[in-house]
Design a protein around this ligand. Sequence first.
Ligand code: BGC
Length: 746
Amino acid sequence: MKYTRTLLLAALLVSLAACTQPKPSTVGSDAGIEKRIEQLLSKMTLSEKIGQMNQVSVGGEVSNYAEAMRNGQIGSILNEVDPVKINEFQRICVEESRLGIPLLVGRDVIHGFHTVFPIPLGLAATFDPALVEQGARIAAVEATGQGVRWTFSPMLDIARDPRWGRMAEGSGEDVWLDARMAEAMVRGYQGTDPDGSSMAACIKHFVGYGAAEGGRDYNSTFLTERQLRNVYLPPFEAAVKAGAMTLMTSFNDNDGVPSTGNTFILKDILRDEWGFDGLVVTDWNSMGEMISHGFGVDRKDVACKAVNAGVDMDMMTFGFISHLEEMVASGCVKESVIDNAVRNILRIKMLLGLFENPYVDVAAGQAVQYAENHLDAARRSAEESVILLKNDGILPLDAAHVGSILVTGPMADAPHDQLGTWAFDGEKSHTVTPLMALRERFPGKVNYVPYGYSRERRTRFDDIVSAARRADVVLVFLGEEAILSGEAHCLADLNLIGTQSELLVALKAAGKPVVATVMAGRPLTIERDLPNCRAMLYAFHPGTMGGPALVNLLFGDVNPSGKTPVTFLRTVGQVPMYYSHTMTGRPYKGETLLNDIALEAGQTSLGNTSYYLDYGARPLFPFGYGLSYTTFDYSDIALDKTVYPADGMITVSFKLANTGAFDGTEVAQIYVRDLVGSVTRPVKELKHFERVALKAGEQRTVQVQIPVSELAFCGLDGAWKVEPGDFQLWVSGDSDSGQPVSFKVQ
Ligand code: BGC
């Protein structure tokens, strides 16, 4: 039974003017829980209430925190994963504090707990929400097995600037893909029926954080309300609808207002429009950082602004615990505001069943870590996440006739780096690297010559090149270390770091077939490297089982099916470039580029359109791109009607044929363009995707339904609606191919 908020009337009023419909609450509480919350709340002192709103990162001895816990001064902890210590913390809270309220134990379980899955950008490349949901479920089973009941994931920040290191942590540039991944992860973490293996999801960072100016982390954003509503908010709204229990505010200030003090996003949109009745936590000290932003004079001031804006829990500023009591006394904060925050916190603790079962079974929890089926799912996720960017026919390699293999490159045997960013609990001792997997599969045939950025791994090119001459095939694993992406790890140069590109040139010159695999946290600018290898696989840091997955792909046991979740640029100067842009008044028409211009011939006009003289207007690879060992052909693309009502359903059918010699899976993508709007509209927007598995030579007619309501957007009048008019629709294997069919909405 769904909990219904008294705010429904207010939400209804707000929605009349705003872009979304009024929503019922989505967390899933019920009347019984609400009664229990009120009963408990009525017994709490102000100090105990404020204690619930305080989250502390713990380290060292349990005894350091025992007194604060006994006094009800800590509502949540993060960064403790020892189940014995967690049980002890819970025992102190439950048995020794006055009201016995259990702790909410949080952790950044971002792409797996012990068993590490590909980084979220890689998970997005699978275009496989069901598999991603399974991975999140496994992460929850392992993490809850050690007492962690709250993960600070999924990160839903749309990212269109690969310089930003945190692009690794999200689903990339697209709104629709991000929203589907968001729902999948929320369902996976929380489970369908909350039980002991349910881990509350935390959707973050609310909101706009991925649009950091210059791709420099924590930087300001300048997003209009329309951009927020059309691009940055929809994945959050989808996750709220899917029942996300908690949400984290972001570090950035948007148009001058830091998120942690932003009433418009935290109250008007999140609570009133969407009916969210989960818990809102700050990011780490993001309340305190409002002082650096120049948005508050001191900790008291920012705490007041944050709580009044709608923040329920303070992560590591200690602003609430230090100042809220005096602020209530002075009238700057109403006790009813505190009561609401505590309700939101207690609701999550009750929904997770923490009052009934605060403790974890340590032995049972140990037994599920790195379970066989977990490793298997991690391998499958890695296999589906890898994108084949180039293949002149050398792949797949023939396992039956393989001769000697030279393995080299900094990522060939980098068990830590392969796990990627935010893999706190993944142990490198459990990682299987490509080198390990190759040695196991081809004993005696693998010659490994290490090459790396670090001094102890560095070998001179000459040694590698002479080994290449002796080999039948060269497998080179390039990329970037885990530490080069993730929080605060932004880059201004997106070429392969160090001398890796030169290594590739030298290997090519050795005359043997070179197959390159890149492992990275972002789409690097690899244009200059492509001509120097005969095939290239791109793996966003693929996790614990990345090695076996890559070997299965290289040797054709698995056919690549990953697609780019983000545009690959030719050069960093093209940032930002994404497929779903609006159209200029002077679109690029394929004009001459600088290097082709005969300047001496006196050419003066370059066409006066929107492009770079030196790099044109096209990326290296568009969004949604990825090759296979087979080929796919789309035909007979048809719609069931030519005109649809705004509340109608579009049925799209198309024939997909596997025209090559290998079984394979194609991610069929459906894009739509709204030709004329009250405001300019993107040239294409993804509205559906479907993974279709076909045997060699097989063909199938696929039917897909798209509600016309999916075409709604926030237009000139600020209303969220479908505007009647002409549309085009594409069914294709990437965002840059296919022929459109037309339809109208009346
Ligand atoms: C990050 C969050 C993370 C939090 C807790 C912050 O620095 O921005 O994404 O969840 O730390 O570790």
